[in-house]
Design a protein around this ligand. Structure first.
Ligand SMILES: NC(=O)c1ccc[n+]([C@@H]2O[C@H](COP(=O)([O-])OP(=O)(O)OC[C@H]3O[C@@H](n4cnc5c(N)ncnc54)[C@H](O)[C@@H]3O)[C@@H](O)[C@H]2O)c1
Ligand SMILES: O=P(O)(O)OC[C@H](O)CO
Length: 328
């Protein structure tokens, strides 16, 4: 299959970074943004200043407000916008094409993973999931980054990984879409928790404990959903959990810091917080955990804090007084 042209839909930080990565890989890239004036400004200035300030874009990236078919399609809008976006695209243009899902979140209302949304809206598209430790600024600047690219057909996934790989962007092919999608969505929830630990000044030991217990909880969720816990040893699991749960660059971590400092979700959003996917995903993850009968005290705790039903001190006291149990 020809894998020469790439369309990235989503003119935010991640869409712009993935467009740049695909151009570095030698592909011809169309970056689809919402408005033609925005596309014109990007093409003239060779920057997407609103999304990635100061980052020059390679000549291989061209912006447009129109979607037209291409060999590879990458979706890079927030998880809650994927269905709306797909409703504007003729599914025939995606039929038989690799469609790479790069948003990290679960859909409110349906509890759907990104590839389930794709299946609803364009059943003949071929789904791939891209996830892993990767800040847009790093990818766009050509700093070394490694991610997981999961698809159902091993040989086609390797071909796609090769088409998107560049000198500083290294996708590892994998086959567990469910595990990769759940890992990407849940790491944002645990990043809120780890940020809250920092905001409430609970110490680095507490944060490390959260990462380890979050990993264990994530493994229970992935297994219950039909994915493989082994996937979590990789970039989309351990890699992204480590990055997002320890870096103040992470928007989810930053949001968690504000929660830990005592601000409400409404106040943080009203204050102009950037996109923090864990906020929308926490209640969805909790509903999923309950429907699957998975013990998920950390997701439950984050949901309670995000929803304003409990303060951090009460949550910590509750978690620390749970009955003692064996670690594994
Ligand atoms: N920024 C990162 O470092 C990074 C890295 C990996 C994954 N991601 C994931 O990528 C997704 C997008 O994040 P981002 O950082 O680009 O967010 P962002 O807030 O920078 O940009 C989101 C973009 O999506 C556009 N958009 C929203 N709804 C749309 C719609 N219906 N149609 C067309 N465009 C629409 C917005 O206009 C905006 O340009 C998230 O799920 C995030 O978790 C981000
Ligand atoms: O800034 P965040 O918290 O959305 O994290 C960005 C990426 O998902 C990190 O891999």
């Amino acid at each position: 299959m020809q894998l020469e042209t790439v369309t990235v839909i989503g003119g935010g930080a991640w869409g712009t970074a993935l467009a740049q990565a695909a151009a570095m890989a030698g592909r011809q890239v169309r970056l689809v943004v919402r408005h033609s004036a925005q596309a014109e400004a990007i093409n003239t200035s060779r920057r997407n200043e609103a999304a990635l300030p100061g980052q020059a874009l390679l000549a291989g990236v061209n912006a447009s407000a129109e979607f037209a078919g291409s060999d590879i399609v990458i979706l890079a809008v927030p998880a809650q916008s994927t269905r709306t976006l797909l409703s504007t695209i003729d599914p025939a243009l995606l039929a038989g094409r690799p469609v790479v899902l790069s948003a990290k979140g679960l859909e409110i209302g349906t509890l759907a993973r990104q590839s389930e949304i794709l299946f609803d809206m364009a059943p003949e598209a071929v789904p791939y999931v891209l996830s892993g430790p990767s800040f847009a600024v790093d990818v766009a600047a050509g700093r070394p980054t490694a991610v997981t690219l999961a698809g159902d057909d091993a040989s086609a996934t390797s071909d796609l990984a090769t088409a998107l790989a560049g000198p500083s962007f290294r996708p590892y092919a994998a086959d567990d879409r469910i595990g990769v999608e759940i890992a990407g969505a849940l790491k944002n929830v645990y990043a809120l928790a780890c940020g809250a630990v920092e905001g409430a000044q609970l110490g680095a030991s507490a944060r490390a404990a959260l990462i380890a217990r979050g990993y264990a909880e994530m493994a229970r969720m992935v297994t219950a959903m039909g994915g493989s816990a082994h996937t979590l040893t990789g970039l989309a699991g351990l890699g992204d959990l480590t990055l997002t749960c320890t870096s103040v660059q992470s928007r989810n971590y930053q949001f968690g810091i504000a929660l830990g400092a005592g601000q409400s979700t409404g106040a943080i959003i009203a204050g102009g917080a950037k996109l923090a996917e864990g906020v929308a995903t926490a209640p969805v993850a909790l509903a999923l955990a309950r429907s699957l009968d998975v013990d998920a005290p950390l997701i439950e705790a984050v949901d309670a804090v995000v929803a304003g039903r409990a303060d951090i001190a009460t949550i910590v006291a509750g978690l620390m007084s749970r009955p003692l149990k064996r670690e594994h």
